[in-house]
Structure formats: C-alpha cells, structure tokens
Design a protein around this ligand. Structure first.
Ligand SMILES: NC(=O)C1=CN([C@@H]2O[C@H](COP(=O)(O)OP(=O)(O)OC[C@H]3O[C@@H](n4cnc5c(N)ncnc54)[C@H](OP(=O)(O)O)[C@@H]3O)[C@@H](O)[C@H]2O)C=CC1
Ligand SMILES: O=C(O)C1=N[C@H](C(=O)O)C[C@H](O)C1
Length: 240
C-alpha cells in the first residue's frame, strides 16, 4: 500500500517505521515545515492517509484527503468539535474516515472494562468516580482524547453521570466525572479510573510503555480500511 503520512512527529515517525516493516511504501511524510510538498502529491498514488498532526491542523488535513477521495485514518486529538463537518463531507464524497482517540488494542479492551465497571456501579452507592491521565509535557491538549472516551463510557453506563469536567476549570458536581490531567515526562500515556468510598477504593488503569501500540493499531486499521466507506471507529474494526 502507498501510505501518505500527514504529521511526521513522534507518532508519524513510528507509524512510518512500522508501515515500512510491513512492506508498505511511504508516499510522503508531511510536517508543517515541508507542507508545500503536499501540492506535489498525486492523489492517485495514495491508497490511504494516516493523520497524526496537531489539534489545529487535523480538520484541514482530513478535508484535503476526503476531497481527493483518499481514505483517512486519523488519530489526532483535541479537534472533535469539527467531527460533524467531517462526517458530512465523508457522506457527500462517499469517502472513508476512521477516527480513534486511541489505536492501542490494550486501551480498547480497557474501554470495555471501564464500561462494564460503570454499569456495575449503578448497583451500589457511596463511591465517587474520578479519571486521571498522565502524558508527556509536549502534549498540547487536555484532557487527553482517551480520557474523554473513558468519561463518555462512564456517562453512558452510570446513571448519575451526565457530563465530565477538567478539574481546576469547573467545579466538580454529583452529575460530573472529574478528569485530572498531569504532564510528566516521558509518560507515553497512563489512564486511571478510581471509584473511592469511605470503606474502599476500586481502581483500574492502563499504562502504555511506549507509543508502539498506538502506531501498530493505526497501521493495522490503514490495512483494513481498503474498500470501506463511511465514518468508522474501533467498534467497526474490532470484533469485541
Ligand atoms: N489516537 C491515538 O492512538 C494517538 C493519538 N495521538 C495524537 O496524535 C497527535 C500527534 O501526536 P505526536 O506525534 O505525539 O505529536 P508531535 O507534535 O510529535 O507531531 C505532530 C506533527 O504534526 C505536524 N503538523 C502540524 N501541523 C501540520 C499540518 N498542517 N500538516 C501536517 N503536519 C502537521 C508537526 O509538524 P512540525 O514539527 O513541523 O510543527 C509535528 O511534527 C496528537 O494530537 C496526539 O494527541 C498520539 C498518540 C496516540
Ligand atoms: O498525545 C499523546 O501522546 C497521546 N494522545 C492520545 C490521547 O490524547 O488520548 C492517545 C495516547 O494517550 C497518547
């Protein structure tokens, strides 16, 4: 496959290495500093775009690819207020757009455990739920996209919760899931869910030891997306 990397930073570089090791060809490695190279790319030479850039660049990158009929696998976080525009464009162009806040298979198992635990917690009272996420200091967005997905999983399954809040920015409330964001190098990504009561604490966590799981997941999805249409997610890709 010919893969165009839009965003060639920490993630783009590892994705490129994994893609080449699996026999794929890199049609381009685009960053802000060489963005003019994009004009020289022939869309017919690209099978799929893998997009890991920055919150302010994601919409432009994704639009560029969908308008040219190229399937997009995006992992950039912090831009999802624009998702309705991207979904509309994907439908209009009969394209393919895949988004995941986290491509790691381990995290996607953790998402399911989180949903199951939240559902169980309807059966009892006295526990306060909280999310903590820890990432490296270069991360631009907070909370992490993964923490937001975890909060959404709790909100959909724990009756009392209807929203989330970033601690320090908005007062905690009975209806809200508080998320605390910490920036500590070199953390690739740690997420902790805690249910605390006066009697005990229940805690589940996922810790990435490197960026390998995110990158491999994105390449596997890029291989899978060929001939698919519509707005797709890990629920379409995974069988659990
Ligand atoms: N979904 C998932 O599984 C994961 C998602 N992420 C997310 O992926 C994104 C990238 O993370 P990471 O690689 O660590 O970040 P980096 O900052 O290391 O890399 C981002 C790169 O994007 C480039 N860039 C900025 N604007 C554009 C543009 N318009 N077109 C093309 N490239 C552009 C930057 O270029 P320059 O250096 O020239 O400024 C930079 O090299 C983040 O949003 C992060 O949260 C990260 C890990 C896993
Ligand atoms: O920026 C990162 O590094 C990461 N971002 C994603 C997120 O915001 O959830 C995924 C992973 O945790 C690493």
């Amino acid at each position: 496959m010919n893969i165009l990397l839009l965003g060639y930073g920490k993630m783009g570089k590892i994705i490129g290495e994994i893609a080449e090791s699996r026999g794929h060809f890199l049609a381009g490695k685009i960053n802000l500093e060489n963005i003019s190279e994009l004009e020289k790319i022939n869309p017919a030479d690209v099978d799929v775009v893998i997009e890991f850039s920055q919150p302010e660049s994601a919409l432009g990158n994704i639009t560029w690819a969908i308008e040219r009929g190229i399937p997009v696998v995006s992992g950039t976080t912090g831009w999802l207020e624009h998702l309705p525009e991207v979904s509309k464009l994907t439908q209009e162009k009969n394209g393919a757009f895949f988004y995941a806040s986290n491509y790691s298979i381990g995290v996607n198992i953790f998402f399911k455990v989180n949903e199951f635990l939240a559902k169980l917690m309807n059966e009892t009272s006295g526990y306060q739920v909280a999310i903590e996420e820890i990432h490296h200091t270069q991360k631009k967005d907070a909370p992490s996209g993964t923490a937001i997905t975890l909060a959404e999983g709790i909100i959909q399954n724990l009756d009392v919760k209807t929203q989330w809040n970033l601690t320090g920015q908005m007062a905690d409330s009975e209806q809200s899931v508080p998320i605390t964001s910490k920036r500590i190098d070199p953390a690739p990504g740690t997420h902790i869910i805690t249910y605390s009561s006066d009697i005990d604490t229940i805690e589940i966590s996922h810790t990435a030891h490197s960026r390998m799981g995110f990158a491999l997941g994105a390449v596997l999805v890029a291989e899978w997306i060929k001939n698919k249409k519509g707005v797709l997610s890990m629920n379409d890709f995974l069988s659990f």
